[in-house]
Design a protein around this ligand. Structure first.
Ligand code: T3D
Length: 453
């Protein structure tokens, strides 16, 4: 069983630290599991993240068994593991909720404090613990407690190592609410789903602004707020919020980023190609072609159902949207592999964050019923262009094949051109599959992102 389990429930991604025998003490596998979960959380369909623990503990920090033979290079471990994960929580453009089910100690306290909000079971407690073994707080523990409690109270708590009960933590503002243990899971789920329905971009910008306020002057912060507000007015959620207010109805936010197409390609490929798998690429891709054909057969009735439901309700059901998103993403992984836009052998499941050429798809949004009715006809011009761009991919892929075979690398220009064409194709198919009502676009914008390989 995985040391960190990830589960999805609508827009909520839950990471459960899963070493209950040692109260979820952190070892290498836990670090890696948290890192992978936070990467998965970048999927636009995820709009809130929960971190919690299995069994009676939340997380008791570093696994002290690993110190039995000596501490090793502690600073290196902190830098390459703990720091990466707490920084990733702060940088994640979604709310992160610590559902503190039981005792939190050492870096487990830091982990909870790095989250945006903490909901605690009445069985939870908070133990700084570091001082008890002659260490200082790490993983942001001093910065985060000082920010929450102020220097004198943080100093007293961290140097005495005093265990705070959940109620004491609530009184100090360390947690926002305490829930009886029997009701805890339900309440944590409720809080997460509430956050997942908010205008995600506005929640993220609020988190970013509050973090920036730590170091900004008042005048700098005013300026940052003004710039951010201007950006927010260009989001669909802002338009929806105002429209809903004026129509006296509940808003339906999607969390879509600013003026970006809801379907975008994210590339984090290092351009290196393994000559042997390049040589046999067309053979190696065959199992994927077979699986993709089966997915395609299944997709036909599902799209028909989706079309009918969207015609009636003006919105694609969440479950169907999620399934078709995985189907489209998987097809992008396969095409990227086949034409050497990326090198690793893809997985068969189409999860976000599992391939260097990835497809980000926003949560379902309202769709115009008339445009839904005539979707196939409306898509024809885009489809013709997508077909032409498919030929471009094939030609560039052919030249790329010879180059990669000769030098073990794909030239950046070729890779980027193919990714650009692939993005248009994916947007066209997404439009046809009713994953978005936004017409495909050739404008690059934020819908094509190249990240460090
Ligand atoms: O190199 C680097 O990475 C440096 C980074 C350091 C970051 C840190 O986090 S340093 C701080 C490490 N954490 C601690 O010092 C906490 C140690 N644990 C405790 O003080 C207590 O366990 C608690 C107060 C948290 C809970 O007490 P209690 O009585 O509820 O439970 P327990 O009986 O002590 O623990 C239950 C089991 O979990 C027990 O195992 P056993 O005897 O049933 O086989 C215990 O050994 C194990 N456990 C608890 N904490 C850890 C642990 N095992 C490994 N590492 C732990 N941190």
């Amino acid at each position: 069983m995985a040391e960190v389990e990830t589960t999805r429930d609508g827009g909520v991604l839950t990471l459960t630290l899963n070493r209950p025998d040692v109260l979820n003490a952190i070892n290498g596998a836990v670090h890696r599991g948290i890192a992978a979960g936070l990467k998965e959380a970048r999927d636009p369909e995820v709009r809130a993240v929960v971190i919690t623990g299995a069994g009676r503990g939340f997380c008791v920090g570093q696994d002290l068994q690993e110190f039995r033979e000596g501490a090793g290079d502690v600073a290196a471990n902190l830098r390459s593991n703990y720091h990466k994960n707490v920084l990733a929580i702060r940088a994640l453009e979604k709310p992160v909720i610590a559902a503190v089910n039981g005792v939190a100690a050492g870096a487990g306290v830091s982990l909870a404090l790095a989250c945006d909000i903490r909901v605690a079971s009445d069985a939870a407690s908070f133990v700084p613990a570091f001082i008890n073994i002659g260490l200082v707080p790490d993983s942001g523990g001093t910065w985060l407690t000082r920010r929450l409690l102020g220097a004198p109270r943080a100093f007293e708590w961290l140097t005495t190592g005093r265990k705070l009960s959940a109620d004491e933590a609530r009184a100090l503002g360390v947690v926002s609410e305490v829930v009886p243990a029997a009701e805890f899971q339900d309440r944590a789920r409720e809080v997460a789903h509430y956050f997942a329905t908010l205008p995600t971009r506005a929640v993220w910008q609020t988190k970013r602004l509050l973090d920036a306020a730590e170091t900004n002057t008042f005048a700098e912060q005013l300026e940052l707020e003004a710039e951010t507000q201007e950006e927010q007015t260009r989001t669909d959620d802002f338009r929806e919020g105002v429209a809903a207010f004026l129509a006296k109805r509940e808003p339906e936010f999607t969390g879509a980023p600013v003026e970006s197409h809801p379907i975008s390609i994210v590339v984090h490929d290092d351009l290196r190609r393994f000559r042997l798998t390049v040589a046999f690429r067309l053979l190696l891709v065959l199992p994927h072609v077979l699986v993709l054909s089966l997915w395609s057969l299944l997709a036909v009735p599902i799209v028909l159902v989706s079309w009918l439901v969207t015609l009636v309700r003006g919105r694609t059901p969440d479950g169907i949207h999620a399934w078709l998103s995985r189907f489209l993403r998987y097809s992008v992984h396969v095409i990227a592999y086949e034409f050497l836009i990326a090198d690793p052998f893809p997985r068969f499941r189409g999860w976000y964050g599992t391939y260097p050429v990835d497809l980000a798809i926003a949560a379902p949004a309202r769709q115009n019923r008339l445009a839904t009715l005539f979707r196939v006809l409306l898509a024809i011009p885009a489809y013709v262009l997508a077909y032409v761009l498919g030929i471009v991919i094939q030609l560039v892929g052919l030249f790329g094949w010879f180059t990669a075979l000769a030098v073990g690398r794909m030239p950046r220009g070729m890779r980027d051109l193919m990714a650009y064409c692939l993005r248009y194709q994916a947007q066209t198919h997404g439009y046809l599959l009713l994953l978005t009502s936004r017409y495909p676009t050739l404008a690059s914008g934020t819908a094509l992102q190249f990240e460090e390989g």
